[in-house]
Design a binder for this molecule. Structure first.
Ligand code: ZN
Ligand code: ZN
Length: 402
C-alpha cells in the first residue's frame, strides 16, 4: 500500500534498472574488478536494502497490516509472502524491532559499514541483555564488527553479554544445555538416521576428537560429510581405551549373528544380523570375520569346525609380526596408521585361508571394505609388493532398484 498522500507505487523501476545494469556488467567483469564488484553489491546493494527492508518491516509490524492478508503473525506473513524460512523471517522481525533502539547500528547498516549478519548478532545481543546495555558500548561493538567476520563477531558479542549479564549468559548456556540430545534411529533401507544437538562444549569435544581421523587419503573421492562419518566410526571403533589391536583390551566389538552359509558366501544364504538391529550383506559379514578383534560372530564355531578347527583369532604374536612387516595399510598409495587397520586374510578366512603371516595384510577400514564389498583384488607379489586390481564388475549403487 502506498504512503498517504503518495499515490504512486514504490520506486521499483529504478531498482530493477540498476539490477539489470549490474547483471550486464558482472557478466563482463573479471579479475580484481569482479572481486570489487562483489564487495560493492553487498555494501552498496544488499546490506543497505536489508536496512531499508528492516525499516519497512518495523512499520508493517506496528500497523498490523499483515493481518489483512489473513496471516497470524508478521513472521508467518514474511514466510508466506517474502519466501523466507521460519528462522530467516524471525531474524528479520527481531532486527527490525531492535534496530529502532540502536541508532548507531542502524546507520552503519544503512551505509553498508557492517553486514546483515553482524546486525543480526547485535540484535540478538540486544534481545538477550537489553538494547540499553548494547547502546552503552555500541560504538566499540560496531568497531569490532567492521574488523571481523560474523562468526568471530559472535564471540565478541557473547563476551559482551557475559560481561554485562553473567547470570543471563549462564542461564542461556544452561538452557541451551537442556536442549542437548542425540538420537539413533532404527535401520531403514540399510541406513540409520542420526540427529541431535550438542551443547557448545560437546560440539567442540566431538570436533576435536574427530580431527585426527578427518585427513583425506590419497585419491580420496569422499565428500566432507562422508569423511566426517568415517571419522566418527574410527573414533567409536578405537573405543578411546588406547588398547592394542590384538583383541586383548576392552575394544568395542560388533556382534553379528550369521549362518554357516552366510559366512561361506553360499548363494541364497540369509543376511547377517547385527546385534544392535539391522542386517548386513554376506560380504560385510565376511569382512568382519577377517579380524576377530573387531567382531564376534555367532555361528562362527560351526564354520571353524568345518575348516578343520582353523581359528580366525589372530594370536598376539602374529599381530605383532604383521604390524612389524606392514607398518600401515598396504593398499597401494595408502599410509593410514596401524590403529586404523584390520587384519585382512588374502585368501579369505571364510574360504579356508589360514590365519598365518603369509596370508595376512593390514588394511584400513575403507580399503578393507573396497576389497570385500566392492570386489577389489589385493595381491602380494613374490617380491613382497602390493598390487590392487579394480573390480571386474563394479557393484552399482542402485543395483537393488534396477
Ligand atoms: Zn578382509
Ligand atoms: Zn588404506
Amino acid at each position: 500500500m502506498a504512503a498517504p498522500g503518495d499515490r504512486s507505487g514504490p520506486p521499483i523501476e529504478g531498482l530493477k534498472a540498476a539490477v539489470d545494469k549490474m547483471a550486464a556488467w558482472i557478466g563482463q567483469a573479471d579479475g580484481e574488478m569482479l572481486g570489487d564488484a562483489l564487495i560493492q553489491i553487498r555494501e552498496a546493494g544488499i546490506d543497505p536494502l536489508e536496512a531499508v527492508f528492516a525499516t519497512g518491516v518495523r512499520r508493517f509490524d506496528k500497523s498490523g497490516e499483515y493481518k489483512a492478508d489473513g496471516a497470524l503473525s508478521l513472521t508467518a506473513w514474511l514466510r508466506w509472502k517474502c519466501k523466507l524460512s521460519g528462522g530467516a523471517a524471525m531474524e528479520r522481525v527481531e532486527i527490525a524491532r531492535q534496530l529502532e533502539k540502536l541508532p548507531q547500528t542502524e546507520a552503519a547498516f544503512a551505509s553498508g559499514e557492517v553486514g546483515y549478519q553482524h546486525v543480526a548478532v547485535l540484535a540478538r545481543a540486544a534481545e538477550h541483555v537489553g538494547a540499553a546495555a548494547v547502546r552503552k558500548e555500541e560504538g566499540k561493538l560496531l568497531q569490532a564488527a567492521q574488523t571481523m567476520d560474523p562468526g568471530q563477531f559472535v564471540t565478541v558479542a557473547k563476551n559482551f553479554e557475559h560481561r554485562v549479564d553473567a547470570a543471563g549468559a549462564l542461564a542461556e548456556a544452561n538452557h541451551a544445555y537442556q536442549r542437548r540430545y542425540f538420537h539413533i534411529g532404527e535401520p531403514v533401507d540399510g541406513l540409520v538416521r542420526v540427529d541431535g544437538l550438542l551443547d557448545a562444549e560437546g560440539g567442540a569435544t566431538l570436533r576435536t576428537a574427530l580431527q585426527p581421523f578427518m585427513k583425506p587419503i590419497p585419491n580420496d573421492d569422499r565428500s566432507y560429510g562422508q569423511r566426517s562419518v568415517d571419522a566418527l566410526m574410527e573414533l567409536c571403533r578405537q573405543g578411546g581405551s588406547g588398547s592394542r589391536r590384538d583383541g586383548a583390551g576392552p575394544r568395542p566389538q560388533l556382534i553379528i549373528r550369521a549362518s554357516l552359509d552366510t559366512l561361506a558366501g553360499t548363494k541364497g544364504a540369509p543376511a547377517g544380523e547385527l546385534d544392535g538391529g539391522g542386517t548386513v550383506p554376506a560380504e560385510t559379514v565376511q569382512r568382519y570375520a577377517c579380524d576377530s578383534a573387531i567382531s564376534r560372530i555367532t555361528g562362527q564355531g560351526e564354520l571353524e569346525h568345518e575348516l578343520n578347527h582353523a581359528s580366525r583369532t589372530l594370536p598376539a604374536s602374529t599381530r605383532r609380526a604383521l604390524e612389524a612387516r606392514d607398518r600401515h595399510c598396504v593398499f597401494p598409495g595408502c599410509t593410514r596408521p596401524l590403529t586404523w587397520c584390520d587384519g585382512h586374510h588374502l585368501v579369505w578366512w571364510t574360504r579356508g585361508g589360514a590365519t598365518a603371516l603369509p596370508n595376512l595384510a593390514l588394511l584400513c577400514r575403507p580399503h578393507h571394505r573396497m576389497v570385500h564389498e566392492e570386489g577389489w583384488i589385493l595381491q602380494r607379489t613374490k617380491e613382497g609388493h602390493w598390487k590392487a586390481k579394480p573390480p571386474l564388475h563394479r557393484v552399482p549403487a542402485n543395483a537393488r532398484s534396477a
